[in-house]
Design a protein around this ligand. Structure first.
Ligand code: IPM
Ligand code: MN
Length: 360
């Protein structure tokens, strides 16, 4: 298969972790005889510095022409701390999601046997957890009107949803549940929000088309509690944009490190793959950040194109790195045995190449 992949390394540790995902993809290309062509593009603080724009037109063009996008992370502290900034890095990401029609963000959360001891949660609570979060990505409070009053004394962000926006992500969540444990939990705040009531109504209607899937509802405050109290009760979590953002970070404690969580954003055409973590500015350029979230995002990219065997090769290599303890300091602790970002990436790539040797 020949794929053109737009690569947006972004800011902070984005470039370091994305480079490791590319190594894994290159190893897969070699072993399974594919051609992956990379086209690098800028977005975020680095793009503001270079062009004044967090999402230059050139980047949009490269992404639209590509089959898929591999993205690192964006953001920079100086913008977080400057409420008067006219442009900021995250705007690039929202705009790109919009330009590409990415309406569904898929975030798998699973407990890895080797990392159970890394989680602050008890073994019996998390062992066997396997959840996937379907987060609506094109609407809600992220995208509607925002305003700061002229006197600077008040502000608002409007949260709105249409039935169409709710429906399209809901169908994807139910289709996923059909291939899993056949349960969808809609997380909302229907006791307060009108948008949540519309979600409940729409999702309840759609659920009738998926008779073998059980639907239940949970208020987001309770969901935040249940995710750490009894995560095994969940299969597919379906939720709106902001709730999905928050609970997916929370759910990462099950995994032992947020550095391991990957995601895909799918929509009308091109899909985008990225780790869920941020830019981890303290680690920038130090070769210490965990590249596994980015590497797993590359595996999700392969799955998206039906390359399951190839994705499994990456996952086996990742499991092996965990088994052998070739892991970064977020997993190992800051000790002399923790491996660098590039060492973990190099190990994964080598393992993919050598698995082929052992198959022959
Ligand atoms: C995410 C991130 C983004 C979001 C930020 C960087 C704007 O937290 O993808 O989860 O809130 O969507
Ligand atoms: Mn987030």
């Amino acid at each position: 298969m020949k794929l053109t992949i737009a690569v947006i390394p972004g800011d902070g540790i984005g470039p370091e972790v994305t480079a490791q995902a590319k190594k894994a993809l290159d190893a897969v290309a070699e072993v399974y005889d594919h051609i992956f062509l990379y086209k690098e593009a800028q977005m975020g603080a680095c793009a503001i510095e270079a062009t004044g724009n967090p999402l230059p037109d050139k980047t949009i063009e490269i992404c639209k022409k590509a089959d898929a996008i591999l993205f690192g992370a964006i953001g920079e502290l100086k913008y977080d701390n400057d409420p008067s900034a006219k442009v900021w890095p995250e705007q690039g990401l929202f705009q790109l999601r919009k330009e590409l029609g990415l309406f569904c963000n898929i975030r798998p959360v699973k407990a890895y046997e080797k990392l159970i001891k890394n989680s602050p949660l008890k073994r019996e609570v998390i062992e066997g957890t396997d959840i996937v979060i379907y987060r609506e990505l094109s609407g809600g409070i992220y995208f509607d009107t925002k305003e700061l009053s002229e006197d600077g004394l008040s502000a608002f962000d409007v949260c709105s949803y249409t039935v169409d926006q709710i429906s399209r992500v809901t169908h994807l969540a139910f289709k996923a549940a059909q291939k899993r444990k056949k349960k969808v939990t809609l997380v909302d705040k229907a006791n307060v929000l009108e948008t949540s009531r519309l979600w409940r109504k729409t999702v309840t209607e759609i659920a009738k088309e998926y008779a073998n899937v059980k639907l239940d509802f949970m208020f987001v405050d309770n969901a935040a509690l249940q995710i750490v109290l009894n995560p095994k009760q969940f299969d597919v979590i379906l939720t709106e944009n902001l709730f999905g953002d928050i609970i997916s970070d929370e759910a990462s404690v099950i995994c032992g490190s947020i550095g391991l969580l990957a995601s895909s954003s799918v929509g009308e055409k091109t899909a985008m793959f990225e780790p869920i973590h941020g830019t981890y500015p303290q680690a920038k350029g130090k070769d210490i950040a965990n590249p596994l979230g980015s590497i797993l995002s590359a595996a999700m990219l392969l799955e998206h194109f039906g390359l399951q065997e190839e994705a499994d090769a990456i996952k086996r290599a990742l499991e092996k790195s965990l088994t052998l303890g070739i892991t970064t300091e977020d997993i190992k602790g800051k000790n002399q045995y923790s491996a660098s970002t590039s060492k973990v990436g190099g190990f994964i790539a080598d393992y993919i190449l050598n698995q082929e040797d052992s198959n022959m």
